[in-house]
Structures are given as C-alpha cells and as structure tokens.
Design a protein around this ligand. Structure first.
Ligand SMILES: *Cc1c(COP(=O)(O)O)cnc(C)c1O
Length: 401
C-alpha cells in the first residue's frame, strides 16, 4: 500500500492500518486478537440501524459490542449449548441485568436461600426496596411442590443455584423446569459452581444460565466477569435495552484473559474434581471435622440426584464444619500455610473463606443456620496443587485445634 503524502498529525492517526474493512491480510493469528477499540467505522449512515437490529453483522459502539468479547460470548454459548451469550462486567451484573430485564414494578420472582450471598441480597433487599419487585421465598428448596406453590401469574422468573454456594445443595433442574414450563415462567440456573464442563442446565430444560466468569471459568483470579446464556432473542433484547442503558460491559482485555484461560477449562475442571474428591475423603475421616458438604459423599442430602445430574463430577468447591464453632473455624483458616484466606472460590490456587463472615454476613444468624451456614463452616476451594500438599496443610491446621 502506497502511503499518501499526509502531514505528521494525519500519519500518527492513519498510517499502517486501514480500518475499512478490518484488514486481516496484514496479520493472521491463531490466538484471537484483542480488539481494544470502543468505536467502529460505518460504511453508511443507515448501517448503524442494521447492525443495531442484528440484520447485519458488525460493531458500532463498545458498550454493547466488541469483537474480542464476541469471541468469548460465542465460546460460552457453544459450551453451554445455548443460542447466544452476553458477557457482563461481573457475575452480579448478570444477576442484576436479568432481574431488571425480566421483571418490573409489581412483578414477582421466586428463589430460595440457596443462592450466592450478594444475589440473595439483590433479590431480597435491592429488588423490593429499589425496584418494586417482590421476591417469593422457597423455604425448603428440596421440596419441588413448594417451588410450584410460590409461582403466581405475576412471577417473571424462577432462580435456582446448583450446586449452591457454600453448602453444595443440588436442585433437580429437569423436574423444576417441568414445573416452570407448565407455568410459562423462565427458569434461570446459576451454574457458576459447575461450569458447563459438569452441568449444562439448558439441556435439562432451563431457559437461561448465569455464570460468574470470575470463578472457575477464568480460574486464575485475574478478572471479574459474568455471562448470561440463553435464546438469541433474549440476549439481543438485553444487549439493546438493558446493557444499552446500564452499560456494565466486559472489557476486551478481560474477555481475552478469560478466553486464554478457558482453553484449559475442561482439563482444569477434571483436576479440580479429582483433587476435591481426595480432600473430601481426608476431611470426612478427620476427628475435628463434624460435617463435610460434597455431593459424592453418601450422606449428602441430594447424593443420588447429584450423581445423576452431574455424572462427570462435582467441581472444586466444598465446605466443612469444624468442632468448636466460629473460633475454631477462624483459627484453622488462619493457621493454613499454603492455603490463602480469600473471599472467593474457583481459583487454581486452593483458597479458604469463612462464609458467616465473608459472604453471608448479610443474612440474619437464624437464616444462616437454616441455610446450613454454621459459624464453624469453612468453605474450601480446592485448587490444582498436588492433592497431598493440600491435605498436609489442612491436616497441620486441624491438628492444632
Ligand atoms: C461469584 C458468584 C456470583 C457473582 O459473580 P461476580 O463475578 O463476583 O460478580 C454469582 N453467583 C455465584 C454462584 C457466584 O459464586
């Protein structure tokens, strides 16, 4: 290409790169490029509308679309078996976007206490107090009839998290989906703990999946991000109406970091499952541990369902109760040497959290007890270290109690 004789100011802006069309002949790369651009040139004035309405592929503005983010969205949709995906700035923004998009003042939503702490607060505080949306509470989420009883003509969605954080409660998605379908209400499954490697809620009849990419999907703790996976129609609608106004967009760089990490997702998840099984077996026989929550244990309340619904394994997160309540749990966590105290999970490193302090402090103590979040509960996100090293660290800390 012969560069036109332009001034330095113009050269600084235009030389070497022609955005119309994106000149892919200048480079070919196996790794998806980071398109760090918020703005895109249009071929004509009207093209804006055609792109907006999805009649023509393309990009016009970074709040609602970006090519690198799009690669991530397509990859997530493929893994979940969904038509389309929307990446969001955080998992919580996905929760908010769905609530805001599907329900309005006077509408109802149905969920239980077996939900992520902030999602619980969004449903039971923010939604009623700031959005005029009424949450209906399923007291015993194992009872599917109770889910059905809470659905009314005003229900706009049913929300289930499975396995749930931090107690690994498992919801029967296929049966709950039969109920929600009969009432023509969408079922949303927060599948963050399972990832699409272990559970594909859409295959079981759910309508929408929520993922926090911050956890296992990115896996290294480098980014905060979320995704909503569902029908093309719904995702397009959320992108245009909700994201268009609220704008909690994922950045191209965060999408790229997630894409790089996702290349090894199935291999990582297999290792998380295997390591968690080893750790579970160790904890289950330890005299200082009074209870272990992990679905492979035969005393897990939904053991049979979990095995049927997640035949490939149960993921890297577990929780356990130590003898001696809060004081003992805090001491154990603070005595770990390799295992860091981190109020998150789903990382390649093994990390521990005290849910009663870190994630579920917004719940009243009696609500926490009802949800199985005892003061002595420790949440352990089992990482990819050698399982013997994780067990050694747990052992030295528990033996000091
Ligand atoms: C972390 C998490 C969320 C929220 O995701 P962020 O990316 O932290 O905003 C939602 N649901 C579950 C189950 C989570 O673990």
């Amino acid at each position: 290409m012969v560069e036109k004789q332009r001034g330095q100011g113009s050269k600084a802006l235009h030389a070497g790169y022609g955005p119309l069309p994106l000149d892919m002949t200048q480079f070919r790369s196996i790794v998806p490029p980071i398109i760090q651009s918020a703005i895109y040139p249009l071929d004509s004035v009207d093209q804006y509308t055609r792109i907006s309405e999805g009649i023509e592929p393309g990009y016009h503005y970074g709040r609602t679309m970006n090519p690198t983010v799009d690669v991530l969205q397509k990859r997530l949709a493929a893994l979940e078996g969904g038509e389309s995906a929307l990446a969001t700035a955080s998992g919580m923004h996905g929760v908010f976007a769905l609530t805001y998009h599907l329900a309005k003042v006077g509408d109802e939503i149905v969920t239980s206490h077996m939900t992520y702490g902030e999602a619980y607060r969004l449903f039971f505080q923010l939604a009623p107090e700031r959005m005029g949306i009424i949450p209906r509470f399923v007291e015993n989420p194992a009872d599917l009839d109770e889910w059905e009883r809470q659905i009314t003509p005003k229900t706009r969605f049913v929300w289930a998290e499975t396995p749930s954080n931090p107690t690994l409660f498992v919801t029967d998605i296929a049966r709950l989906a039969e109920i929600t379908r009969a009432h023509n209400v969408p079922l949303i499954v927060d599948s963050t703990l399972a990832t699409p490697c272990l559970l594909r809620p859409l295959d079981l009849g759910a309508d929408i999946v929520l993922q926090s990419l911050t956890k296992f999907i990115c896996g290294n703790g480098a980014i905060v991000g979320g995704a909503v996976i569902g029908s093309q129609e719904m995702i397009t609608d959320i992108r245009r109406r909700t994201l268009g106004y609220i704008g909690a967009t994922m950045s191209p760089f965060d999408a790229w970091l997630t894409l790089m990490s996702m290349e090894t997702l199935p291999a990582r998840i297999a290792q998380h499952c295997s390591n968690a099984e080893h750790v579970t077996a160790f904890l289950a026989q330890h005299p200082r541990v009074t209870r272990v929550n992990y679905p492979s244990l035969s005393d897990h309340p939904q053991h049979a369902l979990a095995k049927r619904q997640m035949p490939r394994g149960f993921g890297g997160m577990l929780s356990f109760v130590v003898e001696g309540g809060r004081q003992a749990a805090v001491k154990a966590i603070e005595t770990f040497q390799m295992i860091a105290i981190v109020p998150s999970f789903g990382t390649s490193r093994t990390i521990a959290t005290h849910p009663a302090t870190h994630t579920h402090d917004g719940m009243a103590p009696q609500e926490r007890e009802a949800a199985g979040i005892y003061d002595g509960l420790i949440r352990l996100s089992v990482g990819l270290e050698d399982p013997g090293d994780i067990i050694d660290d747990l052992d030295q800390a528990l033996n000091r109690l």
